[in-house]
Design a protein around this ligand. Structure first.
Ligand code: ADP
Ligand code: TRP
Length: 329
Protein backbone atom coordinates (compact mmCIF):
# COMPACT_ATOMS: atom_id res chain seq x y z
CA UNK A 1 0.00 0.00 0.00
CA UNK A 2 1.41 3.36 -1.03
CA UNK A 3 1.54 5.91 1.79
CA UNK A 4 0.45 8.82 -0.35
CA UNK A 5 -3.07 10.16 -0.26
CA UNK A 6 -5.23 10.50 -3.34
CA UNK A 7 -8.29 12.71 -3.44
CA UNK A 8 -10.80 13.62 -6.10
CA UNK A 9 -14.04 15.57 -6.17
CA UNK A 10 -16.87 15.79 -8.65
CA UNK A 11 -19.63 18.37 -8.87
CA UNK A 12 -23.11 16.79 -8.73
CA UNK A 13 -24.30 17.96 -12.11
CA UNK A 14 -25.87 14.82 -13.53
CA UNK A 15 -25.36 11.17 -14.35
CA UNK A 16 -22.02 9.64 -15.26
CA UNK A 17 -21.30 9.04 -18.93
CA UNK A 18 -18.74 6.95 -20.81
CA UNK A 19 -16.31 9.89 -20.78
CA UNK A 20 -16.45 10.08 -16.98
CA UNK A 21 -15.98 6.32 -16.79
CA UNK A 22 -12.97 5.93 -19.07
CA UNK A 23 -11.47 9.32 -18.23
CA UNK A 24 -11.78 9.17 -14.47
CA UNK A 25 -13.60 6.24 -12.87
CA UNK A 26 -11.46 3.53 -14.41
CA UNK A 27 -8.42 5.16 -12.86
CA UNK A 28 -10.14 5.63 -9.49
CA UNK A 29 -10.77 1.88 -9.44
CA UNK A 30 -7.08 1.24 -9.81
CA UNK A 31 -6.05 3.97 -7.37
CA UNK A 32 -8.25 2.64 -4.57
CA UNK A 33 -6.21 -0.58 -4.67
CA UNK A 34 -2.91 1.23 -4.24
CA UNK A 35 -3.50 4.37 -2.21
CA UNK A 36 -5.46 5.75 0.67
CA UNK A 37 -8.24 7.42 -1.31
CA UNK A 38 -10.88 10.06 -0.72
CA UNK A 39 -13.62 10.45 -3.31
CA UNK A 40 -16.23 13.08 -2.62
CA UNK A 41 -19.15 14.90 -4.15
CA UNK A 42 -18.67 18.67 -4.18
CA UNK A 43 -22.19 19.84 -3.39
CA UNK A 44 -21.15 23.15 -1.80
CA UNK A 45 -19.32 24.08 -4.98
CA UNK A 46 -22.49 23.77 -6.98
CA UNK A 47 -24.03 26.65 -4.98
CA UNK A 48 -21.59 29.02 -6.67
CA UNK A 49 -23.59 28.70 -9.86
CA UNK A 50 -26.95 27.34 -8.60
CA UNK A 51 -28.00 29.18 -5.43
CA UNK A 52 -31.34 27.38 -5.28
CA UNK A 53 -30.55 23.91 -6.51
CA UNK A 54 -33.95 22.22 -6.53
CA UNK A 55 -32.60 18.74 -6.99
CA UNK A 56 -29.25 18.97 -5.19
CA UNK A 57 -29.76 16.02 -2.87
CA UNK A 58 -31.16 13.93 -5.70
CA UNK A 59 -28.09 14.70 -7.82
CA UNK A 60 -25.78 13.90 -4.94
CA UNK A 61 -27.53 10.58 -4.40
CA UNK A 62 -27.30 9.76 -8.10
CA UNK A 63 -23.53 10.20 -8.20
CA UNK A 64 -23.07 8.27 -4.99
CA UNK A 65 -25.10 5.34 -6.38
CA UNK A 66 -23.18 5.42 -9.64
CA UNK A 67 -19.80 5.56 -7.92
CA UNK A 68 -20.71 2.43 -5.97
CA UNK A 69 -22.17 0.69 -9.02
CA UNK A 70 -18.94 1.31 -10.94
CA UNK A 71 -17.02 -0.47 -8.23
CA UNK A 72 -15.72 2.17 -5.83
CA UNK A 73 -15.42 0.29 -2.60
CA UNK A 74 -16.31 1.74 0.79
CA UNK A 75 -13.93 -0.71 2.43
CA UNK A 76 -11.03 0.68 0.43
CA UNK A 77 -11.82 4.37 0.00
CA UNK A 78 -13.64 7.11 1.86
CA UNK A 79 -16.59 8.03 -0.33
CA UNK A 80 -18.42 11.01 1.06
CA UNK A 81 -20.42 14.15 0.49
CA UNK A 82 -18.55 17.45 0.93
CA UNK A 83 -21.31 19.07 2.99
CA UNK A 84 -21.10 16.25 5.56
CA UNK A 85 -17.60 17.36 6.50
CA UNK A 86 -17.99 20.71 8.27
CA UNK A 87 -14.27 20.85 9.05
CA UNK A 88 -13.78 21.89 5.43
CA UNK A 89 -15.57 25.18 6.05
CA UNK A 90 -13.31 26.16 8.89
CA UNK A 91 -10.20 25.52 6.83
CA UNK A 92 -11.84 27.42 3.96
CA UNK A 93 -12.18 30.41 6.29
CA UNK A 94 -8.53 30.31 7.33
CA UNK A 95 -7.35 29.95 3.75
CA UNK A 96 -9.55 32.86 2.70
CA UNK A 97 -7.80 35.10 5.24
CA UNK A 98 -4.62 34.63 3.25
CA UNK A 99 -6.10 34.65 -0.24
CA UNK A 100 -5.91 37.95 -2.09
CA UNK A 101 -8.59 39.60 -4.15
CA UNK A 102 -6.30 40.19 -7.12
CA UNK A 103 -5.16 36.61 -7.50
CA UNK A 104 -8.70 35.26 -7.13
CA UNK A 105 -9.98 37.72 -9.73
CA UNK A 106 -7.33 36.59 -12.19
CA UNK A 107 -8.50 32.94 -12.20
CA UNK A 108 -9.75 32.12 -15.68
CA UNK A 109 -12.78 30.11 -14.58
CA UNK A 110 -13.86 32.99 -12.32
CA UNK A 111 -13.66 35.42 -15.22
CA UNK A 112 -15.59 33.01 -17.41
CA UNK A 113 -18.31 32.44 -14.83
CA UNK A 114 -18.53 36.17 -14.12
CA UNK A 115 -19.19 36.70 -17.81
CA UNK A 116 -21.78 33.92 -17.88
CA UNK A 117 -23.69 35.10 -14.79
CA UNK A 118 -23.16 38.89 -14.57
CA UNK A 119 -26.04 39.24 -12.09
CA UNK A 120 -24.58 36.71 -9.69
CA UNK A 121 -20.86 37.36 -9.29
CA UNK A 122 -20.90 36.13 -5.72
CA UNK A 123 -18.08 35.73 -3.21
CA UNK A 124 -18.41 31.95 -3.39
CA UNK A 125 -17.60 32.08 -7.08
CA UNK A 126 -14.58 34.25 -6.35
CA UNK A 127 -13.38 31.91 -3.61
CA UNK A 128 -14.11 28.70 -5.50
CA UNK A 129 -10.35 27.94 -5.54
CA UNK A 130 -9.99 28.35 -1.76
CA UNK A 131 -12.89 25.96 -1.15
CA UNK A 132 -11.29 23.48 -3.52
CA UNK A 133 -7.95 23.96 -1.75
CA UNK A 134 -9.70 23.31 1.59
CA UNK A 135 -11.17 20.06 0.17
CA UNK A 136 -7.70 18.90 -0.73
CA UNK A 137 -5.61 20.25 2.14
CA UNK A 138 -8.01 19.09 4.86
CA UNK A 139 -6.79 15.53 4.12
CA UNK A 140 -3.26 16.64 3.29
CA UNK A 141 -3.67 14.87 -0.04
CA UNK A 142 -0.64 14.29 -2.25
CA UNK A 143 -2.19 13.41 -5.56
CA UNK A 144 -5.30 14.83 -7.15
CA UNK A 145 -6.50 13.27 -10.40
CA UNK A 146 -8.10 16.10 -12.36
CA UNK A 147 -8.65 17.13 -15.94
CA UNK A 148 -6.72 19.93 -17.64
CA UNK A 149 -9.50 22.42 -16.90
CA UNK A 150 -8.69 22.17 -13.18
CA UNK A 151 -4.99 22.93 -13.53
CA UNK A 152 -5.29 26.54 -12.44
CA UNK A 153 -7.28 25.57 -9.35
CA UNK A 154 -4.54 23.09 -8.53
CA UNK A 155 -1.89 25.78 -8.88
CA UNK A 156 -3.88 27.95 -6.50
CA UNK A 157 -4.10 25.05 -4.04
CA UNK A 158 -0.34 24.62 -4.10
CA UNK A 159 0.12 28.34 -3.67
CA UNK A 160 -2.24 28.44 -0.65
CA UNK A 161 -0.48 25.43 0.88
CA UNK A 162 2.96 27.04 0.45
CA UNK A 163 1.69 30.35 1.77
CA UNK A 164 0.19 28.75 4.88
CA UNK A 165 3.41 26.87 5.52
CA UNK A 166 5.45 30.06 5.10
CA UNK A 167 3.27 32.39 7.16
CA UNK A 168 2.97 29.99 10.08
CA UNK A 169 6.44 28.49 9.72
CA UNK A 170 5.25 24.94 9.41
CA UNK A 171 5.39 22.07 6.95
CA UNK A 172 1.86 20.90 7.66
CA UNK A 173 0.59 20.92 4.10
CA UNK A 174 2.22 18.93 1.33
CA UNK A 175 1.92 20.55 -2.09
CA UNK A 176 -0.55 18.33 -3.90
CA UNK A 177 0.30 17.34 -7.44
CA UNK A 178 -2.18 17.06 -10.25
CA UNK A 179 -2.15 13.41 -11.01
CA UNK A 180 -2.11 12.37 -14.59
CA UNK A 181 -2.41 8.70 -15.09
CA UNK A 182 0.54 6.63 -16.13
CA UNK A 183 -0.07 5.41 -19.64
CA UNK A 184 -2.70 7.08 -21.69
CA UNK A 185 -6.03 8.19 -20.32
CA UNK A 186 -8.67 7.86 -22.97
CA UNK A 187 -10.37 11.03 -23.97
CA UNK A 188 -13.78 9.81 -25.01
CA UNK A 189 -15.07 11.73 -28.03
CA UNK A 190 -18.65 12.62 -28.81
CA UNK A 191 -20.56 10.74 -31.50
CA UNK A 192 -21.76 13.97 -33.05
CA UNK A 193 -18.39 14.71 -34.59
CA UNK A 194 -17.30 16.84 -31.64
CA UNK A 195 -14.01 16.28 -29.87
CA UNK A 196 -15.33 15.42 -26.44
CA UNK A 197 -18.21 13.55 -24.89
CA UNK A 198 -19.73 15.71 -22.17
CA UNK A 199 -22.91 16.58 -20.33
CA UNK A 200 -22.93 20.15 -21.49
CA UNK A 201 -22.10 19.06 -25.03
CA UNK A 202 -25.41 17.14 -25.05
CA UNK A 203 -23.79 14.17 -26.77
CA UNK A 204 -23.23 11.84 -23.86
CA UNK A 205 -23.99 8.14 -23.55
CA UNK A 206 -24.80 7.61 -19.89
CA UNK A 207 -24.08 4.50 -17.87
CA UNK A 208 -27.75 4.48 -16.89
CA UNK A 209 -29.06 4.73 -20.49
CA UNK A 210 -31.50 2.02 -21.60
CA UNK A 211 -30.24 -0.27 -24.40
CA UNK A 212 -32.68 1.15 -26.94
CA UNK A 213 -31.48 4.70 -26.20
CA UNK A 214 -27.86 3.63 -26.63
CA UNK A 215 -28.72 2.05 -29.98
CA UNK A 216 -30.47 5.23 -31.09
CA UNK A 217 -27.57 7.45 -30.03
CA UNK A 218 -24.97 5.28 -31.72
CA UNK A 219 -26.92 4.84 -34.95
CA UNK A 220 -27.15 8.63 -35.21
CA UNK A 221 -23.35 9.00 -35.00
CA UNK A 222 -21.87 11.21 -37.69
CA UNK A 223 -19.84 9.38 -40.36
CA UNK A 224 -18.54 10.17 -43.82
CA UNK A 225 -18.94 8.48 -47.20
CA UNK A 226 -16.16 5.99 -46.50
CA UNK A 227 -12.54 5.60 -47.54
CA UNK A 228 -11.66 5.23 -51.21
CA UNK A 229 -7.91 4.76 -50.88
CA UNK A 230 -6.67 1.72 -48.91
CA UNK A 231 -4.93 2.40 -45.60
CA UNK A 232 -5.89 6.06 -45.56
CA UNK A 233 -5.95 8.12 -42.37
CA UNK A 234 -9.29 8.24 -40.63
CA UNK A 235 -11.06 11.58 -40.51
CA UNK A 236 -11.95 12.72 -36.98
CA UNK A 237 -15.57 11.54 -36.98
CA UNK A 238 -14.47 8.02 -37.90
CA UNK A 239 -11.53 8.01 -35.53
CA UNK A 240 -14.04 8.91 -32.82
CA UNK A 241 -16.06 5.75 -33.44
CA UNK A 242 -12.91 3.65 -33.34
CA UNK A 243 -11.78 5.28 -30.10
CA UNK A 244 -14.98 4.24 -28.36
CA UNK A 245 -14.79 0.82 -30.00
CA UNK A 246 -11.31 0.39 -28.58
CA UNK A 247 -12.58 1.23 -25.11
CA UNK A 248 -15.59 -1.09 -24.99
CA UNK A 249 -15.00 -3.89 -27.52
CA UNK A 250 -12.61 -6.81 -27.77
CA UNK A 251 -9.32 -6.47 -29.57
CA UNK A 252 -10.62 -8.86 -32.26
CA UNK A 253 -13.64 -6.70 -32.98
CA UNK A 254 -11.47 -3.63 -33.17
CA UNK A 255 -9.03 -5.30 -35.54
CA UNK A 256 -11.85 -6.66 -37.69
CA UNK A 257 -13.34 -3.23 -38.36
CA UNK A 258 -9.96 -1.58 -38.64
CA UNK A 259 -8.95 -4.09 -41.35
CA UNK A 260 -12.26 -3.49 -43.13
CA UNK A 261 -11.58 0.22 -43.05
CA UNK A 262 -8.08 -0.20 -44.41
CA UNK A 263 -9.41 -2.39 -47.22
CA UNK A 264 -12.12 0.22 -48.03
CA UNK A 265 -14.76 -2.42 -47.32
CA UNK A 266 -16.18 -0.93 -44.17
CA UNK A 267 -19.93 -0.61 -43.73
CA UNK A 268 -20.53 2.00 -41.06
CA UNK A 269 -23.97 0.53 -40.33
CA UNK A 270 -22.34 -2.74 -39.25
CA UNK A 271 -19.72 -0.91 -37.23
CA UNK A 272 -22.35 1.11 -35.41
CA UNK A 273 -24.50 -1.95 -34.67
CA UNK A 274 -21.53 -3.74 -33.17
CA UNK A 275 -20.46 -0.64 -31.26
CA UNK A 276 -23.95 -0.19 -29.79
CA UNK A 277 -24.11 -3.83 -28.67
CA UNK A 278 -20.65 -3.65 -27.12
CA UNK A 279 -21.50 -0.44 -25.26
CA UNK A 280 -24.66 -2.10 -24.00
CA UNK A 281 -22.73 -5.18 -22.90
CA UNK A 282 -20.34 -2.88 -21.05
CA UNK A 283 -22.93 -0.65 -19.38
CA UNK A 284 -25.66 -3.20 -18.62
CA UNK A 285 -24.09 -4.75 -15.52
CA UNK A 286 -23.37 -1.26 -14.18
CA UNK A 287 -26.88 -0.14 -14.98
CA UNK A 288 -28.35 -3.13 -13.12
CA UNK A 289 -26.21 -2.35 -10.10
CA UNK A 290 -27.34 1.29 -10.21
CA UNK A 291 -30.96 0.17 -10.13
CA UNK A 292 -30.32 -2.32 -7.31
CA UNK A 293 -28.42 0.12 -5.14
CA UNK A 294 -30.93 2.92 -5.77
CA UNK A 295 -33.70 0.73 -4.43
CA UNK A 296 -31.82 0.19 -1.20
CA UNK A 297 -32.22 3.48 0.67
CA UNK A 298 -30.94 2.14 3.99
CA UNK A 299 -27.73 0.99 2.37
CA UNK A 300 -27.23 4.40 0.78
CA UNK A 301 -27.74 6.15 4.09
CA UNK A 302 -25.25 3.82 5.73
CA UNK A 303 -22.66 4.37 2.99
CA UNK A 304 -22.93 8.14 3.24
CA UNK A 305 -22.66 8.06 7.03
CA UNK A 306 -19.63 5.79 6.98
CA UNK A 307 -17.90 7.86 4.32
CA UNK A 308 -18.54 11.03 6.29
CA UNK A 309 -17.16 9.46 9.43
CA UNK A 310 -13.92 8.38 7.73
CA UNK A 311 -13.51 11.78 6.11
CA UNK A 312 -14.20 13.65 9.33
CA UNK A 313 -11.67 11.60 11.23
CA UNK A 314 -8.96 12.66 8.81
CA UNK A 315 -10.28 16.22 8.52
CA UNK A 316 -10.49 16.86 12.24
CA UNK A 317 -6.92 15.67 12.74
CA UNK A 318 -5.72 18.27 10.24
CA UNK A 319 -7.94 20.98 11.64
CA UNK A 320 -6.65 20.38 15.13
CA UNK A 321 -3.12 21.01 13.87
CA UNK A 322 -4.21 24.08 11.93
CA UNK A 323 -5.88 25.63 14.95
CA UNK A 324 -2.84 25.01 17.08
CA UNK A 325 -0.51 26.43 14.44
CA UNK A 326 -2.55 29.60 13.94
CA UNK A 327 -2.80 30.14 17.67
CA UNK A 328 -6.24 28.98 18.83
CA UNK A 329 -6.24 27.12 22.08
P1 ADP B 1 -18.69 16.90 -18.25
O1 ADP B 1 -17.66 17.38 -19.23
O2 ADP B 1 -19.62 15.93 -18.85
O3 ADP B 1 -19.39 18.01 -17.49
P2 ADP B 1 -17.22 16.58 -15.86
O4 ADP B 1 -16.50 17.85 -16.11
O5 ADP B 1 -18.19 16.50 -14.75
O6 ADP B 1 -17.89 16.07 -17.21
O7 ADP B 1 -16.14 15.41 -15.71
C1 ADP B 1 -15.73 14.81 -14.53
C2 ADP B 1 -14.44 14.03 -14.85
O8 ADP B 1 -14.69 13.10 -15.91
C3 ADP B 1 -13.36 14.96 -15.36
O9 ADP B 1 -12.40 15.16 -14.37
C4 ADP B 1 -12.71 14.24 -16.52
O10 ADP B 1 -11.50 13.64 -16.10
C5 ADP B 1 -13.64 13.11 -16.87
N1 ADP B 1 -14.22 13.29 -18.22
C6 ADP B 1 -15.33 13.98 -18.56
N2 ADP B 1 -15.59 13.90 -19.88
C7 ADP B 1 -14.61 13.12 -20.40
C8 ADP B 1 -14.31 12.64 -21.72
N3 ADP B 1 -15.08 12.89 -22.76
N4 ADP B 1 -13.21 11.86 -21.89
C9 ADP B 1 -12.43 11.55 -20.84
N5 ADP B 1 -12.65 11.97 -19.58
C10 ADP B 1 -13.72 12.74 -19.35
N1 TRP C 1 -13.60 21.88 -9.25
C1 TRP C 1 -13.75 20.47 -9.58
C2 TRP C 1 -14.50 20.36 -10.92
O1 TRP C 1 -15.17 21.28 -11.31
C3 TRP C 1 -14.52 19.74 -8.52
C4 TRP C 1 -13.78 19.76 -7.22
C5 TRP C 1 -14.12 20.44 -6.10
C6 TRP C 1 -12.57 19.08 -6.94
N2 TRP C 1 -13.22 20.23 -5.11
C7 TRP C 1 -12.24 19.41 -5.60
C8 TRP C 1 -11.75 18.24 -7.70
C9 TRP C 1 -11.09 18.89 -5.01
C10 TRP C 1 -10.60 17.75 -7.10
C11 TRP C 1 -10.28 18.07 -5.77
O2 TRP C 1 -14.41 19.35 -11.57
Amino acid sequence: MNKEIVLSGIRPTGNLHLGNYFGAMKNFLRLQEEYKCFFFIADWHSLTTHPRPGDLSENVRKILVEYLACGLDTEKAAIYVQSDVKEVIELYLYLNMNAYLGELQRVTSFKEKARQQPDNINAGLLTYPTLMAADILIHRANKVPVGKDQEQNMEMTRKFARRFNTIYETDLFPEPESYTFPGETVKVPGLDGSGKMGKSEGNAIYLIDEPQDIRKKVMKAVTDSGPTVPNSDKPEVIENLFTILRAVSSQDTYTYFNDKYNACEIRYGDLKKQLAEDIIAFTSPIREKILDISANKDYMTKVAAEGAEKARESASATLKEVRKIIGFR
